[in-house]
Design a binder for this molecule. Structure first.
Ligand code: CP
Length: 393
């Protein structure tokens, strides 16, 4: 049993090599707390209560040192941050064109590790996040089939998340269960002493905030004059399409935007989104008339039917063919319009359309890697190093 108090023990040992090392370790721990002081307000709040709060009331638990920590909702982004991330993504592209720049960027997070936990299929989001980590020098591990983890032995989902998080500095999650990514971040930040940032890479029918980020980045790069004042036409299964939901939330950051939602009756956009748009005075209309809607569009954002969320095969009963973009539509849209799609596509866009320069969805998916790298650099507070790097010096 020790006869010294903790403080005395530190003083007593401070002269020895072991003591010095121990003190260095302690000061590292104390100078870089893993939690934000404001999070203590949530320590005693259970998930049932927390989950019912307004998003604005939840955001403090996902913010550290006044910076985005967990990226869970599109509502966490303001215009300043969106513009900054777009600039960081552009700079990353520029820097990594030279081998000196590439080496510089690969050293930025060489001492950090990330895990990708996906229980829903993914090509682009998984690979673009994995490669975004690698661009910054992070090592990655992955769980793509939870039945191969100890979850299958009856471990609770939150214990599994705590275990995955315990080996890494960042967790990137795609989950089919609505709200589970958020619940994981709530759990790590308020109920454990070793939180790591979590990025939502797609959460059930809720949100896909980083898809919305790459959509914004694509529009910012390709629309003359940027997004302000533009007419954005979103088409398809707007009820269950999480990309449309997140993108609609981000529109509050742009002025004089008009959104036109085009969908079959069965898949109209959620009332919560419409209420949000009214609250933020964003101009929107809903229509079933695809051809009329696309004539004045600056952006046509096509989406696929989300039949993985069907309960009784309801998608098969809907005539979706009126919501397909065909080569003849290229003649009626504006010469400056861009055609986007979060992908994967089925029949919503005829592949013959791909050759038109207004079809930008292949560029859009590549933009995802750069904006995700920018986001990770922001979360780890190294984005300023990217911005001040002088190319060619
Ligand atoms: N857009 C998108 O989320 O694509 P994946 O499902 O392929 O990741």
């Amino acid at each position: 049993m020790s006869h010294f108090s903790k403080k005395e023990k530190i003083i007593e040992n401070s002269g020895t090599e072991r003591g010095k090392r121990s003190n260095q370790f302690k000061s590292r721990l104390y100078s870089e707390p893993r939690w934000d002081p404001s999070w203590k307000n949530f320590r005693d709040m259970e998930w049932e209560t927390f989950s019912k709060l307004e998003v604005a009331e939840k955001i403090p638990l996902f913010t550290k040192n006044n910076r985005l920590y967990d990226c869970l909702f599109a509502q966490q982004f303001d215009r300043e941050l969106l513009d900054r991330l777009c600039r960081v993504a552009d700079k990353l592209r520029e820097i990594t064109k030279t081998s000196a720049g590439d080496r510089f960027v690969t050293n930025l997070l060489f001492d950090k590790r990330a895990i990708l936990v996906f229980n829903q299929p993914s090509s682009r989001t998984f690979l673009s996040f994995q490669n975004a980590c690698h661009i910054l020098g992070m090592k990655t591990s992955e769980i793509r089939d939870v039945s191969t983890s100890s979850f299958a032995k009856g471990e609770s989902p939150l214990d599994s998340i705590r275990t995955f998080a315990s080996y890494v500095h960042l967790m990137i999650m795609r989950m089919k269960e609505d709200g589970f990514v958020e619940q994981s971040a709530w759990h790590l930040n308020s109920k454990t002493n070793r939180p790591v940032p979590i990025i939502n890479a797609g959460s059930g029918t809720d949100q896909h905030p980083t898809q919305a980020l790459l959509d914004i980045y694509t529009m910012t790069r390709l629309l003359d004059g940027g997004i302000d004042g533009k007419n954005i036409v979103m088409v398809g299964d707007l009820k269950r399409g999480r990309t449309v939901r997140s993108l609609s939330y981000l529109m509050k950051n742009y002025s004089d935007v008009k959104i036109t939602y085009v969908s079959p009756e069965e898949f109209r956009v959620g009332l919560d989104i419409l209420e949000f748009l009214r609250k933020h005075r964003i101009n929107y209309t809903e229509t079933y008339d695809f051809e009329s809607a696309i004539r004045d569009a600056d952006v046509i954002y096509m989406t696929r039917i989300q039949d993985e969320y069907d309960k009784n095969g309801e998608s098969k009963k809907v005539d979706y063919s009126k919501y397909y973009f065909k080569p003849e539509h290229l003649k009626i849209i504006k010469p400056t319009c861009i055609i986007m799609h979060p992908l994967p596509r089925r029949d919503e866009i005829d592949p013959k359309v791909d050759f038109d320069e207004r079809a930008v969805f292949w560029r859009q998916e590549r933009n995802g890697m750069w904006i995700r790298a920018a986001l990770i650099s922001y979360i780890f507070n190294i984005d300023h190093k990217i911005m001040v790097y002088k190319v060619g010096v």
